[in-house]
Structure formats: structure tokens, C-alpha cells
Ligand binder design. Structure first.
Ligand code: GTP
Ligand code: MG
Length: 232
């Protein structure tokens, strides 16, 4: 499904909360997958949703999305997974779909150093077009795909990926293979878990002898975004 077919889909901000979760049978989360062309975003989505792998996957044009129901820590979720086109020429087609995201997967391929170096650009592009408030924390997860490649072809190691994460708000890091299914479910599970943890921190009542930021929080709060000044 191409971007043009999806224009009726709302691009407003997500409005999930623990309160909503408790009153609904399943929480709908919008998950956007970003990363350079060819890192395996479409294959990751297809492996996760359909348990299928395509050796000759074509470049995505615009965006496509699929839904998948999962259960994490006893809670039911429907993940609406948005697979974007990583090639630069499709930037204007993909960026309008960032708004309203609950979770963002930043993806690189372990045999492609450039795709790893570009994580910083992908993160910035997301924050800009998703309109995430400056100073907020957003649930990113970093995914190093193609971990099935021979060791001689590996260009990015866990340590340097972990170092990047440490410098960028410590998102969870998972190495995956869409080809042989390694850690694909775990990556999406970790993404939902990261969202739920952040959401729980937002919902937690403030204790009395701390600075009262409740007014500021209620004004600034958006789904899954938390002003850094309001952290524990
Ligand atoms: N070895 C290996 N190859 C993979 C893996 N995942 C994807 N590929 C291959 O990498 C190529 C690109 O995969 P895609 O999923 O189309 O990449 P993409 O990130 O969606 O690319 P764009 O749509 O252009 O942004 C295809 O030939 C896939 O078969 C993986 O885990 N291991
Ligand atoms: Mg694709």
C-alpha cells in the first residue's frame, strides 16, 4: 500500500495512556520503522507480521503499514507498524506519517557502517517531523539487522552501537535477522516495553517532597513524551 492510499489515516498525535489501557481490551500503538534504504525494514515488518522473508524485497516507495496483535507482560496491544522508504528521494513521502507515532525503531544493518552512522540523522528527522517537543524523551529502539551475515562482513559491533545509544538517551538495542528470524519478536517486544515504562513514569503520582511539576506536565504532556526535567 502506498502513501497515496493512506491519506485518510489520521496523522494526529497518539493519545494512549495507562488509564486508556485499563479501560480497553487492546492498546493501539503506532510504530514507525526508519533507517537507510536496504537495511531490511520491510523484511523486519514482514517477518514479524507474517513470519515471511523475501530475498528479493523491492525498495519501498512512500510508506506501507500492517497491524499485528501481541501480548506483552499480560497486556494486549495492537501494533500498527509503519514501514517507511529509506531512500533519500522519498523523504517528502514518508515524513508526514511520523506524527502521532508512539514508538520509533531506528534501524541499521550490521554489515553497512554508513547505515549505522546515519542513525543520528534518522533520529533528528523523526523528532523534527513527529513534532516531538524539545527536551522530551521519546521511546526509540535501535535495531541492528542482518546479524546472520558472516562475521567477516560485519562492519558494526555491539559495543559501538551501545556507545551510540549511551549518547542518545539510552534506547534499548537489539541485533536481529529478518532472514532467520533472530530476535525479531524480541525487538518489537522491547519496543512496547520501552513505551510502557515511559508511560508508567508519566502516570506515576508525584511524591510530596519533590518539586511539583504537575502543572507543567499536564500542559506539556503528549503521548509518550516526557520533559526531561520531569524525570525521577
Ligand atoms: N542477510 C540478510 N538480508 C536481509 C535481512 N533483511 C533484509 N535483507 C535483505 O536486504 C535487502 C533489503 O531489504 P528491505 O527489507 O527491502 O530493505 P528496506 O530497509 O525496506 O529498504 P527500503 O524500502 O529501500 O527503505 C533485501 O534483499 C532483503 O532480502 C537480514 O536479516 N539478513
Ligand atoms: Mg522497504
Amino acid at each position: 500500500m502506498l502513501a497515496n492510499n493512506l491519506m485518510s489515516v489520521s496523522t494526529g498525535r497518539g493519545s494512549n495512556s495507562l488509564q486508556n489501557r485499563n479501560s480497553q481490551r487492546s492498546t493501539l500503538l503506532k510504530v514507525v520503522i526508519l533507517g537507510d534504504g536496504g537495511v531490511g525494514k520491510s523484511c523486519l515488518m514482514n517477518r514479524f507480521v507474517s513470519n515471511h522473508f523475501d530475498e528479493h524485497s523491492f525498495h519501498t516507495i512512500g510508506v506501507e503499514f500492517l497491524n499485528k496483535d501481541i501480548e506483552i507482560n499480560g497486556e494486549a496491544y495492537t501494533l500498527q507498524i509503519w514501514d517507511t522508504a529509506g531512500q533519500e528521494r522519498f523523504k517528502t513521502l514518508r515524513t508526514p506519517f511520523y506524527r502521532g507515532s508512539d514508538i520509533c525503531l531506528l534501524t541499521y544493518a550490521v554489515d553497512d557502517k554508513t547505515s549505522f552512522r546515519n542513525l543520528t540523522l534518522w533520529r533528528s528527522e523523526f523528532l523534527k517531523y513527529a513534532n516531538v517537543q524539545e527536551g522530551s524523551t521519546f521511546p526509540f529502539i535501535v535495531v541492528g539487522n542482518k546479524v546472520d551475515v558472516p562475521e567477516s562482513e560485519r562492519q558494526v559491533y555491539m559495543e559501538e552501537a551501545q556507545a551510540w545509544c549511551s549518547e542518545n538517551d539510552n534506547p534499548p538495542l537489539v541485533e536481529t535477522s529478518a532472514k532467520d528470524a533472530t530476535n525479531v519478536e524480541a525487538a518489537f517486544g522491547a519496543a512496547v516495553d520501552a513505551w510502557a515504562r515511559l508511560e508508567a513514569r508519566l502516570e506515576r503520582p508525584l511524591v510530596e517532597d519533590t518539586v511539583d511539576l504537575s502543572k507543567q506536565q499536564s500542559q506539556h504532556r503528549t503521548s509518550c513524551c516526557m520533559p526531561i526535567s520531569g524525570t525521577e
